[in-house]
Design a protein around this ligand. Structure first.
Ligand code: NAD
Length: 284
């Protein structure tokens, strides 16, 4: 029987890690925020403080809630600090070997009933789980950016994930007020598979001159109620990131849906990666 979750470890204090630490602390969990240097972990904590300050300014968070959430977070730079955790969520770079090595090392530090979760957006949870001892405790917790604002939490069930682990993370997800979907480990899960398919088709339509980027986006925004069209979203995510996921999905599924369009490859080769480089489908 796994212990009730009170202590949550977050590995990686970058774009996703700091957001995960934010929501966990805000909803009452004691959080250990780990990064390779204390400075990196503290930079993540500073971003959490900034986002909570915005919440206070907008009247969505009280100053007392902000202070309490911040008091629950401790920054660490030693993996051994994860020892008291009941749940560890990794949000380190999207590299299979790095995630496997980390889960292997963690297995020696935490107790056998500590749940090990990965925030991977595309890698096989089953392969990640295979690197841990007691792989039944490994599961995917795929959050969305920005974590403190996006409602969806995609729970990904590896081939090895036990019922007990699934129940534990479902209870955690409800406590942090996310809307959960449960998906079997498969390439792209539900969210990336559908989102990337739409983005690639929009790219092919732009390539064929069907309409301008703006009008393709407006078709989805105004006709389907998407908050952001697929090309704008690609620019936000990063076209290099989108291309890498498309290549992975194409290799895994063999489906022409995921064959990377020439236009996407050309933009990436030209260093036009979207918002982060100042130009992608649009200029910024
Ligand atoms: P990021 O580059 O912003 O942050 C990664 C952090 O991990 C950095 O702070 C880095 O210092 C740290 N790090 C590097 N090696 C480490 C190690 N060995 N141990 C601990 N920390 C280490 O990346 P990100 O965008 O937050 O992505 C993290 C994970 O979340 C990836 O698996 C990614 O696919 C997934 N994800 C990203 C998004 C997104 O929109 N950015 C959305 C969903 C899921």
């Amino acid at each position: 029987m796994s212990r009730p979750i009170t202590h949550v470890g977050v590995l990686g204090a970058g774009t996703m890690g700091h957001g995960i630490a934010h929501v966990a602390a805000f909803h009452g969990f004691t959080v250990l925020l780990y990064d390779v240097t204390l400075q990196a972990a503290q930079a993540g904590l500073a971003k959490i403080q900034k986002n909570l300050d915005v919440g206070v300014d907008k009247g969505k968070v009280t100053p007392a809630q902000r202070d309490l959430a911040l008091s629950r977070i401790t920054c660490v730079d030693q993996l051994s600090a994860m020892a008291p955790c009941h749940l560890v969520i990794e949000a380190i770079p999207e590299k299979l070997a790095l995630k496997q090595d980390t889960f292997k090392a963690l297995s020696q530090i935490v107790s056998v009933d500590c749940v090990l979760a990965s925030n991977t957006s595309s890698l096989s949870l089953t392969e990640i789980a295979a690197a841990a001892t007691h792989p039944g405790r490994v599961v995917g917790l795929h959050f969305f950016n920005p974590v403190h604002l996006m409602k969806l939490l995609e729970v990904v069930r590896a081939f090895q994930t036990s019922e007990e682990t699934l129940a534990a993370v479902q209870a955690f997800g409800e406590t942090i007020k996310k809307e959960l979907i449960v998906v079997k480990d498969s390439p792209g899960f539900a969210s990336s598979r559908l989102g990337v398919a739409l983005g690639l088709e929009a790219t092919r339509m732009l390539e064929e001159g069907v309409a301008s980027a703006l009008d393709i986006d407006r078709a989805m925004e105004l006709g389907y109620g998407h908050p952001m069209g697929p090309l704008k979203l690609g620019d936000l995510v990063g076209l290099d990131v989108r291309l890498a996921i498309a290549e992975y999905l194409y290799a895994e599924t063999g489906s022409p849906t995921f064959r990377p369009p020439q236009l996407l490859k050309k933009l990436v080769r030209a260093g036009k990666l979207g918002r982060k480089s100042g130009e992608g489908f649009y200029r910024y």
